[in-house]
Design a protein around this ligand. Structure first.
Ligand code: 2BA
Length: 110
C-alpha cells in the first residue's frame, strides 16, 4: 500500500477531493501553509493500493493547474542613512501539485 501526499492550491482542492472520491478513493484534506509564500494551501492524504498510484497521480495532474502568483519579499538597499528594505514584487509559478509517494508499512482501521 502507498500513501500519496499532494500539496495543492486551495482553488483546486475541492475539485480534486471530489474527483478522487468519485473514482472510489479515500482521502483526507488538511489545511496547510507554504513555507515560501506563507499562504494557505491544501494537503491531501490518499491511501491506496500500489497498482492505483498512477491513476491517483493522473487525477491530480488532470485537476491541478499551474498559476502565476506575485510574492513581495523585502529587498535590502543601501543608502546614505544605512541599509533599508523595500518591497520588490516577484512572480512565481505555483503548482499544479507537489506530490510525495510513501510506502505504508501497516494500514489499520480499528
Ligand atoms: P510555498 O513554499 O509557499 O511555495 C510556493 C511557490 O513558491 C512554489 O511553488 C515555487 O514556485 C516558489 N518557491 C518555493 N520556494 C522557493 C524558493 N526557495 N525560491 C524561489 N521560489 C520558491 P510549488 O513548487 O508549486 O510549491 C507549492 C507548495 O508545495 C509550497 O508552497 C509548499 O507548501 C509545497 N512544497 C513544495 N516543495 C516542497 C517540498 N520539497 N517539501 C514540502 N513541501 C513542499
Amino acid at each position: 500500500m502507498k500513501l500519496v501526499i499532494a500539496v495543492v492550491q486551495d482553488k483546486d482542492a475541492t475539485n480534486l477531493l471530489q474527483a478522487l472520491v468519485d473514482e472510489g478513493y479515500r482521502a483526507t484534506k488538511l489545511s496547510s501553509t507554504g513555507g515560501f509564500l506563507r499562504e494557505g494551501n491544501t494537503t491531501l492524504f490518499v491511501g491506496c493500493e500500489d497498482y492505483a498510484v498512477n491513476e491517483v497521480l493522473r487525477i491530480v495532474k488532470q485537476v491541478c493547474r499551474t498559476r502565476e502568483q506575485t510574492v513581495t519579499p523585502l529587498t535590502p538597499i543601501s543608502g546614505s542613512t544605512g541599509e533599508s528594505y523595500v518591497p520588490y514584487p516577484v512572480e512565481v509559478t505555483v503548482g499544479g501539485a507537489t506530490v510525495f509517494v510513501i510506502d505504508v508499512e501497516k494500514f489499520l482501521r480499528v
